[in-house]
Write a protein that binds this ligand. Structure first.
Ligand code: ADP
Length: 266
């Protein structure tokens, strides 16, 4: 709380009273604090790959370049780190567009079973590489839903790519869609992966929050996938939740309303 005292001056009478204003600044302070944290995180996330790139470039300069195999490996590291930085900046720009509402929804009638099959197809190479089985199950009563296909594809890509990243070889992933009364659908991505400790669940949608930073970075993660998914789902008037059991698996559920207000259709 912030207290501001303002004296009231009356002509000829000097100070005749005081106005006291009590203001709730906690929300404002909280926003300011999270903005500062965000900037610090972004700087750190950008500096980490840059430091790696610099030291590998120096090592190449110092002679690693003369050994063909070593040289190739170092160049590989530099390329990977550069690609991760590009992904990071792309994710940041996307988030910033979502934050400032510059990514208006372009809803279209979307066939849900088809949409889920196509996500699984996009990842078929990665799934095969880790011998992970994926199956899609959609309730018969679900056909088309009015949603922004590109953005929901982005959500599903983030969730499925996480499910693959955090599931060991030979695991299983399930994509399901079911109807929720009265007017929404629930799309779930369930895996049999490493799971998330209970203590981390509360912050898992926070920007840059990861259970294991090193592991996420090694897998090429930016720590922004779930935050982006949450913003997109929120823009659709829906919500996203995550359940997880350590060493058993994780289920992320996206709930989307199927009835969209007239204004949004225009
Ligand atoms: P990242 O790029 O690190 O994957 P995300 O925002 O997509 O960033 O996810 C944040 C963190 O949540 C991950 O670093 C990981 O620790 C955890 N996580 C997300 N999805 C899963 C999952 N399916 N299984 C286990 N952990 C997960």
């Amino acid at each position: 709380l912030r207290l501001t005292m303002t004296p009231i001056h009356r002509r000829d009478q000097g100070i005749s009273g005081t106005i006291a204003v009590l203001q709730d600044v906690t929300e404002q302070e909280r926003l300011e604090q999270s903005r500062r944290e965000f900037v610090a995180n972004v700087s750190h996330e950008l500096r980490t790959p840059l430091t790696t790139i610099k030291s590998y470039a120096e090592a190449l300069d110092d002679g690693a370049m003369d050994e063909r195999e070593l040289g190739q490996r170092f160049v590989g590291v530099i390329r990977n780190e550069t690609e991760r930085m590009i992904r990071l900046v792309t994710d940041l720009l996307h988030l910033s567009r979502l934050d400032s509402n510059q990514a208006p929804l372009r809803r279209q009638q979307t066939n849900v079973p088809e949409m889920l099959e196509e996500v699984a197809d996009r990842f078929s190479f990665q799934l095969r590489k880790k011998a992970i089985r994926a199956n899609v199950r959609v309730e018969d009563s679900i056909s088309s839903v009015w949603l922004d296909r590109d953005q929901i594809d982005q959500v599903l890509d983030n969730l499925v790519s996480n499910a693959i990243k955090y599931t060991l070889d030979g695991g299983r992933i399930e994509l399901t869609a079911r109807k929720l009364e009265p007017a929404s659908i629930a799309i779930s991505v369930k895996d049999t992966g490493i799971g998330i400790p209970k203590r981390d669940l509360g912050r898992i949608f926070d920007r840059f929050y990861r259970v294991d930073k090193a592991r996420s970075r090694n897998m090429g993660g930016t720590g922004l996938g779930l935050s982006i998914a949450r913003e997109i789902v929120k823009a659709h008037g829906g919500n996203i939740t995550l359940d997880s059991e350590l060493n058993e698996g994780t289920t992320v559920t996206v709930i989307l309303p199927t009835q969209v207000s007239g204004g949004e259709r225009a």
